[in-house]
Design a protein around this ligand. Structure first.
Ligand code: MG
Length: 361
C-alpha cells in the first residue's frame, strides 16, 4: 500500500489520478489533497476518499508532504510547481511528476536529487512511453528519442488563418483530455517544446538526439531508436490514466484503467514533421534548451503570461510566440544556481512579458 498526496487534485490530471486510486484501493491510499481554487470539488473528493489533510494554493500544499507520505503526485500548473517538486525529493518521497515546468525551469536542480531508479516517475504520456521503452535497456545503446505530437487543433492552418483564432477554437482539442493551459500549449506546439526539454533532463539526452514526430491519431505515444537500428514504440489508448497508473505502479503493472484498443479498427497511422515555421514555439523551446541555464525559465514565464492573456482574449495567437521570443532575446542567461534565483528570473520575465503584451494592445 502506498500513501499518496495529490497536489492539484481538481485539475484534469488530479481527477484522473483519483480515478486510478478508486480502481486500486488495495494499492493506493490517498492521504492528502490540494487545489488551486476549486475548494468545493476538493472537499467532495476528500469526503469520497476519507481524506482529512487538505490545502489551497501551491505554498500551503507543501505542508501536505509529511512523514506518512510515500508518493507525491505533482499536478500543479506552471512554474509554481517547482518548489513542491524539490520539497518532495528533499523529503525522500517518490515524485510522480505531471508538472513539466518543474523540469523545464529547474531540471538542473531536480535531476541530481533523483538519481535513484523510481524516485522520479513522469506523468506525461510521451515520457511515460519513453520510460517504458527504456526498461531493461542500456542508456549507451540509445541513439534517439522520438517524441510524438498530435500537432494540436490548428495543425494544417496557415499563419494568416491563425491570426484571428480564439482560445475557444483551441479548447476543442482532438485527442487527449487535458486542462486549459496545456491545451493552448498543445495548439502552439510549446507543449512539445516543453516536453523536449523535459525529455532532455529525464533521459539525459542531447537535444540533437530528440526528434518530434507528428502522429495525429496519438496512438503512438513515443518511440526510442537504438544504435542497431531497432525502434521500440509505446502504443495504446489515448487515456492519461494509463501513464498516471504506470507512474504509481512501477515497477509493477496493474489491470488497465482504460478501454482496450482494437488495433484492427484503428485504420492507418499518419506520421510527419511538425510545421515549425508556422508554430514557432517549438524551435524557441529547442533554442532555450540548447542554451540552457536560466533561459528555459525565462521562456516558460513568458509563455505562461502570454497563454493566460490568450485564454482571456487579451492577445492574439501569434502574439504568444512573439512574446516568448522577445523575452528570450532580452534575457541575460546565467547558470542555474538556486530556486530563489529561478523565482527571481521567473518574476522579471513575467513583468517583461506583460510589458510586451501591453505594448501590442
Ligand atoms: Mg504530453
Amino acid at each position: 500500500m502506498r500513501n499518496i498526496v495529490i497536489l492539484g487534485s481538481t485539475g484534469s490530471i488530479g481527477r484522473q489520478t483519483l480515478d486510478v486510486c478508486r480502481l486500486h484501493p488495495d494499492e493506493l491510499n490517498v492521504v492528502g489533497l490540494s487545489c488551486h481554487s476549486n475548494v468545493a470539488l476538493m472537499d467532495e473528493q476528500a469526503d469520497g476518499f476519507g481524506v482529512s489533510k487538505k490545502a489551497v494554493g501551491a505554498d500551503e500544499a507543501l505542508a501536505l508532504i509529511d512523514d506518512d507520505v510515500d508518493v507525491v503526485v505533482n499536478a500543479l500548473v506552471g512554474a509554481a510547481g517547482l518548489r513542491a517538486s524539490l520539497t518532495a525529493l528533499d523529503a525522500g518521497k517518490v515524485l510522480a511528476l505531471a508538472n513539466k515546468e518543474s523540469l523545464v525551469v529547474g531540471g538542473d536542480l531536480i535531476m541530481p536529487k533523483a538519481t535513484e531508479p523510481g524516485r522520479l516517475m513522469p506523468i506525461d504520456s510521451e515520457h511515460g512511453a519513453i520510460y517504458q521503452c527504456l526498461v531493461g535497456e542500456d542508456a549507451k545503446e540509445v541513439k534517439k528519442l522520438w517524441v510524438t505530437a498530435s500537432g494540436g487543433p490548428f495543425r494544417g492552418k496557415t499563419k494568416e488563418e491563425l491570426a484571428n483564432v480564439k482560445a475557444s477554437d483551441a479548447l476543442a482539442h482532438p485527442t487527449w483530455n487535458m486542462g486549459r493551459k496545456i491545451t493552448i500549449d498543445s495548439s502552439t506546439l510549446m507543449n512539445k517544446g516543453l516536453e523536449v526539454i523535459e525529455a532532455h533532463h529525464l533521459f539525459n539526452m542531447p537535444y540533437e538526439d530528440i526528434e518530434v514526430l507528428v502522429q495525429p491519431q496519438s496512438a503512438i505515444h513515443s518511440m526510442v531508436e537504438f544504435v542497431d537500428g531497432s525502434v521500440k514504440a509505446h502504443l495504446g489508448a489515448t487515456d492519461m490514466r494509463i501513464p498516471i497508473q504506470y507512474a504509481l505502479s512501477w515497477p509493477e503493472r496493474w489491470p488497465s484503467p482504460a478501454a482496450e484498443v482494437d488495433f484492427r479498427e484503428l485504420g492507418s497511422l499518419d506520421l510527419g514533421s511538425p510545421d515549425a515555421s508556422t508554430f514557432r514555439c517549438l524551435d524557441l523551446a529547442y533554442e532555450a534548451g540548447r542554451q540552457g541555464g536560466t533561459l528555459p525559465c525565462a521562456m516558460n514565464a513568458a509563455n505562461e503570461v502570454a497563454v493566460a492573456a490568450f485564454l482571456e482574449d487579451e492577445c492574439g495567437f501569434l502574439d504568444i510566440a512573439d512574446c516568448v521570443e522577445h523575452v528570450m532575446d532580452a534575457h541575460d542567461v546565467q547558470p542555474v544556481e538556486s530556486l530563489e534565483q529561478l523565482e527571481e528570473v521567473d518574476r522579471r520575465s513575467r513583468e517583461a512579458a506583460g510589458r510586451f503584451l501591453s505594448s501590442k494592445r
